[in-house]
Design a protein around this ligand. Structure first.
Ligand code: G1P
Length: 842
């Protein structure tokens, strides 16, 4: 479908089932010697003799070639990158037979022109608002109102379908009404307007009121000699006025179309980090390049707006936003800096956050479905992304940027409502001294420390209304997430590194609001019990709920580090002692506690295990090296499937006892209940790399990517879907956090272009097969300069056998520094090529 947002759908909103029943499609018909053919492949003759189809999935354009034994139709489609609201198509019909053909082109794109809500709600009533205007080259619907019983709005958006043919001087059939275009008793697969020779019901200048609208445009039948072709340009255009749309379309001829297409390709190529990657053969290179576009697509769409992603009404989800930023940091760290600073404004002073971020800076919503919730993992991601940004840029100063906090009527991790809260037109946290702003470092500390104290009876962080796995949403009372307890502890470790760096930069103190002290332990007498932690948190919640004073204090960085060290130590030993499970040679982590306070995972009886439960201990580097192999082996033993060479998100948990989450109601092997879930699988590979298990990590990528690339099985265009189902089909394509992690894993792990404090250290983990012509290349942005890194592996050595033997900048040899191959921003200028040669390990 085509839309601006939830309330402005040009074509009918479509969900998964519409893909195989594409009734309201962008229909293009050719009646050839009285037999109807359609791009949807659904006419009676095509049912008997389906087209032969070739798809070219370009970077944000698409070309489809459909061939029959009589003719071919090639359709190239894209949305121009320049500032017009248009979707453009070039359709080339070619007579490939030996005889002349009588060909009649007809276009019929139903114009939904309203909010997705009206798909069922007031569907007919809203069609009465339609005002359809006939132009010389098209049909435009500009409804009178945007229907909303809470308060109708005047509509200002016009939706139009336009077309032109190089073989026709004009359009001769104008069909603004869907019912008339289709005809009584017929359907859109075989509509009267395309099948029969009917005279046009309308002419340019007419206005038709109050029916379902369609951009139905018919050209006269013409005779086409063998090898001759018809080129149709057609577009769906959105704008304020019908006349404006007509003007825009009039300015687009075939050469403008071609120019815009090239411009659009160039535009997107500049935007994503993997555009110039080469790795492995052509297919693998193409795959990585395609995946690189996905985080960008998700930045635009959030998690709504594609057929499989029919949830949500737009806006971007909190955790997804932060994770998608990871990939975007690789390409334009300085642009992302601004976003990071901005996103922190969604944090509440109690450590929870607004869950939806709008399109404009400072737009936040407590929840998209107005069900206010806390996801226990949310507080963990901002640090991860900020830390990654600092590593890639060396820009510690971001930590000291000041930002406000989000405030609404909710307090106590949203469990209570402040009866006195009056929305004063802003969502800024006010203190007794006016709007309060604190540093990003302070925001991060608040998020991670509130989480640290928010534990259940077993000492792990409470799962609240779910964690990363949205499906674990029925254990808010007593459930715990061991998986994310690990990640939070990993964050505290990372925070210590940053605090050391701040101290090394000459600071001794940091500024915080005075109530923050309640989250610290002044004297440290060993670990607190879960009960004591909760009391401490409650005291903090009670205090800040009454409003903060706005006074700030300076705390000693050294003291904060000590405090965090104690917290980390006690939690790490708790996790490694109490949540590590063994049986015989098996060993791995429990991931969760359910709503009855019972441990979820077990190695006894029917084994119950989650991949999430293993990934985060690894990512947080909480697993002692002596346990790494065992963890990887056990995970493989229980979660790996030979059929698709991939990992299940969890084993089958059996009966749904309504005490863990909705995921248990899903059929096993689908979505969050044990699917081959790309996101967790890729994070698993990433984390194995991080922990030095290169062979195991490489194996995951080497096996999973070919499964996705085998489109006969995965049945998706190249890229990464959220998951593959038990039959190998990819689902929830394009808009998935997996893509960001693929890109990060590619750059940071496979190419090993690892950065600390803005300096690159090269630690490639590429395998021999990644060097198709003896080389693999990856562009990298070093703070603000883009350079190209090229590895040469002339002897096709495997990872275990090679080491870097030389480094060149353009053709100049570069020495090692402190025995390592490294690069700083000062060493390069934009466009430099860095070549590293791999030779046999000495
Ligand atoms: C999706 C959601 C993400 C959630 C995950 C598991 O993942 O977007 O927020 O954590 O499901 O429930 P994605 O497809 O983005 O990887």
């Amino acid at each position: 479908d085509l839309k601006l947002d939830h309330n402005h759908f040009a074509t009918m909103p479509s969900s998964i089932e519409d893909l195989s029943n594409p009734l309201h499609a962008r229909n293009v018909f050719f009646r050839v010697n009285q037999t109807l053919w359609s791009v949807t492949n659904q006419t009676p003759s095509q049912k008997l003799h389906p087209d032969h189809v070739t798809v070219e999935n370009g970077l944000l354009y698409q070309r489809v070639l459909r061939e029959t034994d009589q003719f071919s139709v090639e359709i190239t489609s894209f949305v121009p990158s320049r500032n017009v609201l248009a979707e453009l198509h070039k359709v080339v019909f070619k007579n490939t037979s030996k005889a002349s053909q009588l060909v009649k082109p007809v276009i019929g794109v139903p114009l939904f022109s309203r909010s997705a809500d009206n798909l069922r709600d007031h569907r007919h009533v809203t069609s009465l608002l339609n005002r359809v205007i006939i132009e010389n080259e098209g049909i435009v619907n500009r409804p009178t109102l945007s229907f909303d019983e809470r308060g109708h709005q005047e509509n200002h958006l016009a939706y139009g379908v336009f077309a032109r043919s190089n073989r026709h001087s004009k359009i001769t059939g104008f069909w603004p009404r869907l019912d008339q275009f289709v005809g009584q008793g017929a359907d859109l697969f075989y509509p009267d307007a395309a099948v029969k020779d009917l005279s046009s019901p309308n002419q340019p200048g007419d206005v038709v009121e109050g029916y379902e609208a369609i951009g139905g445009l018919a050209f006269d039948e013409i005779e086409l000699a063998p090898n001759a072709q018809i080129t149709l340009l057609f577009g769906i255009l959105l704008g304020e006025e019908s006349s404006e749309l007509s003007k825009i379309f009039a300015s687009i001829d075939v050469s403008v179309y071609d120019e815009w297409l090239e411009e659009t390709k160039a535009y997107w190529k500049k935007k994503f980090s993997t555009a110039f990657v080469t790795i492995g053969d052509q297919a693998m290179t193409g795959w990585y390049r395609a995946v690189g576009t996905q985080p960008l697509i998700r930045r635009v769409y959030g998690n709504s707006f594609l057929p499989h992603h029919d949830y949500g009404r737009g806006g971007r989800g909190w955790r997804d936003l932060w994770q998608d930023s990871l990939a975007l940091i690789l390409k334009s760290p300085l642009d992302v800096r601004e976003n990071i600073v901005n996103y922190f404004k969604g944090v509440r002073i109690d450590g929870s956050n607004a869950t939806i971020i709008g399109d404009k800076p400072g737009e936040f919503v407590a929840d998209r479905n107005k069900i206010v919730r806390v996801w226990s993992d949310h507080g963990a991601w901002p640090f991860l992304t900020t830390h990654f940004y600092i590593k890639r840029t060396g820009d510690l100063s971001i930590l000291l940027e000041e930002q406000g906090y989000f405030q609404d009527k909710f307090t106590h991790y949203t469990k209570r409502v402040d009866p006195l809260y009056v929305q004063n037109g802003s969502v800024d946290l006010n203190s007794a001294k006016g709007v309060y702003q604190g540093t990003l470092l302070e925001h991060i500390l608040v998020q991670n420390l509130t989480a640290y104290y928010n534990v259940g009876d077993h000492g792990n962080i409470r799962i609240e209304d779910a964690d990363w796995n949205d499906g674990f949403d029925m254990a808010a009372k007593s459930g715990e997430t061991v998986a994310f307890t690990h990640l939070y502890i990993g964050n505290l470790k990372g925070l210590i590194q940053l605090l050391h760096a701040l101290r090394n930069s000459g600071r001794t103190h940091i500024k915080v609001f005075e109530e923050f002290q309640l989250l610290m332990n002044k004297q440290v007498h060993g670990p607190l019990s879960p009960q004591k932690k909760r009391e401490k948190l409650l005291h903090y919640f009670d205090t800040v709920a009454k409003g903060i004073s706005g006074e700030t204090i300076e705390i000693l960085i050294e003291g904060l580090i000590k405090d965090l060290e104690v917290k980390i130590e006690s939690m790490e030993s708790h996790l490694n002692q109490n949540e590590w499970m063994t049986k015989g040679e098996d060993g791995c982590f429990n991931g969760y506690y359910d709503n009855d306070g019972q441990r979820v995972c077990t190695l006894e009886g029917p084994v119950r295990l989650t991949l999430t439960g293993q990934v985060f201990p690894l990512m947080a580097k909480n697993v002692p090296s002596s346990r790494l192999q065992q963890l990887a082996q056990t995970t493989k033993k229980y979660l790996y499937s030979d059929t698709y060479h991939s990992y299940h998100l969890n084993t089958r948990f059996g009966e749904n006892k309504m005490n863990l989450g909705r995921f248990m109601g899903f059929a096993y092997g689908h979505k969050e209940n044990g699917a081959f879930f790309s996101h967790m699988t890729i994070m698993y590979a990433y984390s194995l790399f991080e922990n030095g298990l290169v062979k195991e990590a490489s194996e995951i990528l080497d096996e999973y990517i070919p499964v996705l690339l085998d489109i006969q099985r995965s049945k998706i265009l190249p890229g990464i879907p959220e998951y593959i189902d038990p039959e190998g089909r990819g689902l929830y394509h394009f808009l998935t956090g997996s893509a960001s992690w693929v890109v990060i894993t590619l750059v940071e792990q496979l190419f090993g272009i690892h950065m600390e404090e803005g300096k690159i250290f090269f630690q490639p983990k590429l395998s021999a097969h990644h060097f198709a012509q003896g080389e693999a290349t990856c562009p990298v942005v070093l703070v603000d300069k883009e350079i190209l890194v090229r590895y040469l592996n002339p002897d096709k050595l495997e990872y275990a056998d090679y080491e870097i033997v030389s480094m060149n900048k353009n053709s100049e040899l570069m020495p090692t520094k402190h025995g390592r191959y490294q690069l700083s921003r000062e060493d390069v200028v934009e466009g430099d090529e860095i070549t590293l040669v791999l030779g046999r390990k000495q």
